[in-house]
Write a protein that binds this ligand. Sequence first.
Ligand code: G3I
Length: 324
Amino acid sequence: MGEKTLREAASERGLRFGAAVAADPLTDADYPDVLQREFDTVATENELKMGRLRPSRHEFDFEDAERIIGFAREHDMYTRGHTLVWHRMNPDWLTPWTYTDRQLENILREHVHTVAGRFRGQIDAWDVVNEAVADDGTMRESFWYRRLGQDFIDDAFRWANEVAPDAKLFYNDYGAEGLGEKSDAVYELVKGMLDRGVPIDGVGLQMHILLRGEEGRNPTPEEVAENIERLADLGLDVHITEFDVSTAHLEGDHEERLEKQAEYYRNFVQTALDTELDAFVTWGVADCNSWIYKRADGDDHPLLFDEHYQPKPAYDAVMETLTE
Ligand code: G3I
């Protein structure tokens, strides 16, 4: 590694560079050092999801989330809270509900008020609603949508704004990075919210690259730039929120795959610079922390650092892009 860290290089280019963080490895040997040295932005990977925070209907357990946010603040890092409303990782007591629609709305309002309010002034950006649009561009038939209709989205943003007026409020989704029916649907969704006066500040583009190994499904940097520009023209901030590049479907031996992966990192960090994006967040610190690595039993290597926390070719490519 050179003299300059990724954190310094990105900051000199006005780009926040982040990682999704879990509470448990914060006490490991290398994880906290690499995290605070190389990144200036922290996203909570799982610890602010409803299923993690709500062991029972009337109980909140903030301990793990507070460890992450506390670490970030101690190291002067920007914080992305992920996520207030999602159709996955909800508590067991919620999903087989026997609640009326009114009760369900009250549960959601109480959740958003309590969680966003608790971290008022400590979380800089919230993914208020995650993945509410289906792959074909229709509204996802989640239980929130089926029971509360599309209003749950506007409501969640308004409730978050009531208790955390200084936080930037984001709609976050996958598969809406480039151009196509899903990104058009996300564009129309957030445009409609702005027209209705809903307090939305930004859109998060997840960007899990090559996950299904179908090259055609992956957006080109040019398309992503065009999509970012049209969202920015609405007055919205855009963050790349969950970047990773699965190596499992790349051709070649391990070394060749890492070189190819590095090109994806290079191209999309360049896109981030070209479009003056505010934040670029990778979904984990080192490969061994990644959901993709775990899912593939260690046979897929999506991030900038390897399982020994050593920088990979992708790290060098990002550094070159930031410093050239
Ligand atoms: O912590 C428990 C552990 O105690 C237990 O032994 C183990 C057994 O399965 O499970 C562990 O929890 C898992 C958790 O990740 C931590 O590793 C959950 O089962 C697993 O469902 C959970 O997956 C997370 C997934 O969201 C679902 O919430 C991934 O870590 C997380 O990376 C992933 O993140 C999502 C974003 O929120 C939204 N966008 C897509 C992205 C990838 O799916």
